[in-house]
Write a protein that binds this ligand. Sequence first.
Ligand code: 13P
Length: 252
Amino acid sequence: MAARKPLIAGNWKMFGRQESLSEIKALWTLVESVSANVDALICPPSVYVSQALWGARGTGVVIGAQDCSAAAEDSARTGEVSAAMLADVGAKYVIVGHSERRAFHAETDEVVHRKAAAALAAGLTPIICVGETQAERTAGRVAEVVSAQVRASVPEGNSAVVVAYEPVWAIGGNSTPTIPEIAEVHALVRDTLKERFGDEANGIRILYGGSVGPKNAAEIFGAEGVDGALVGRASLKAADFAAIILGHPAAK
Ligand code: 13P
């Protein structure tokens, strides 16, 4: 099987100020020794992406963004930021289809697909988020919902993507699925990616997201098929985020 370097990504969401950017260098001092084995990524709000890139100079912390326009070409889209602009300033990744964007901005799989395609066209790696709501889990519809999201949100023809499985109900709280439940969905996501990409799907990193913190990260990383994490709250402080990264078995 293709070796997949773990990716641990911090999604700062709409938190932080300029002063928060000092966390990036602080993070690097804590994780530099394991950086050959684990990729560390921070996705600050778009207004801070350039500054974060300056702040990350001389470190191995990679900087990404949290969203991009679905429009691939420069065009009249007041308030939007294109994938090409993010690539222009030096971002490497962009999160697309986060459940908060699906919920608060009514983003459909079709929109997420266009955003991911725009990211790929600009040379960015999209981190494509999928995941079921509590109601869907209770109704026993996890496999149906997640595989449909993967099929409809992941663009054809380019496997240079990351998929993040983030159960909506596990975000921002204290509960997560059990380890076997996480492993089951990750296997389902990979099988669904194989329908599209064949064996190339073995190279795609599948992250888990939703209430990952220093206390549960190592256990979650031990789940079969988990190639890293997409971390919200616990990525804002270097000490917490570093503890998560250092908890990865590849960091030992
Ligand atoms: P929390 O880690 O704060 O639960 O957020 C997860 C998330 O939504 C990351 O994208």
